[in-house]
Ligand binder design. Structure first.
Ligand code: AMP
Length: 187
């Protein structure tokens, strides 16, 4: 069962995804983490992706879809997969449906918080793409390119909204409950 973690940079998708995976035995797959690994290992993909990441731009769809499709093939279908940071464009959402078949995304959890909160969190994080200029670019790219996915998943009846401007533990509890309920409904 695939659960898409949707929301702007700084909303806490990564934190929430890795906590839930650790406590529930689910799989957390972060495309940002995968890319940072490729960058660190200086693979051809990493070298290409880096130029986009450093600017706060999205890595081209073709590279992303390829990388994610390869990973998805390794993950058993009966596992709960928290997909963090993918899809980020409509083309990626469509490619995901094609790769796994329509209906395989059971839920899209939309983590939202005011932009002032997001900026403050991102600036306090100290990642190499967390300088003010790049943070602003990433938020703008999110609004223009990724935010339309909120309506896309809502139209399909898959969207659940989570107020991400709360303590980590409160968000975690709600997230786990939503996913567990969906799991129970499916079996
Ligand atoms: P994240 O850790 O999710 O904030 O991702 C960090 C950076 O990796 C982003 O700013 C993008 O440059 C790149 N990235 C991660 N996921 C994707 C994706 N699905 N499509 C395009 N670029 C991505």
């Amino acid at each position: 069962m695939i659960v898409v973690l949707l929301g702007p940079p700084g909303a806490g998708k990564g934190t929430q995804g890795s906590l839930a995976a650790a406590s529930q035995g689910w799989i957390h797959l972060s495309t940002g983490d995968l890319l940072r690994e490729e960058v660190a290992r200086e693979t051809p993909l990493g070298r290409e992706a880096r130029t986009y990441m450093d600017r706060g731009d999205l890595v081209p769809d073709a590279l992303m879809v390829d990388m994610v499709a390869r990973r998805l093939r390794e993950i058993p279908q009966d596992q709960v997969l928290l997909l963090d940071g993918f899809p980020r464009t409509l083309a990626q959402a469509e490619a995901l449906e094609k790769a796994i078949g329509g209906g395989a995304v059971a839920l899209a959890l939309y983590f939202h918080a005011p932009e002032t909160v997001l900026t403050a969190r991102l600036m306090g994080r100290g990642r190499s793409d967390d300088s003010r200029e790049v943070v602003e670019r990433r938020l703008a790219v999110y609004r223009e390119t990724t935010e339309p996915l909120v309506a896309w998943y809502r139209d399909r009846g898959l969207l659940r909204e989570i107020d991400a401007d709360r303590p980590v533990s409160a968000i975690q509890e709600e997230m786990i409950e939503i996913v567990r309920n969906m799991l129970a409904a499916q079996t």
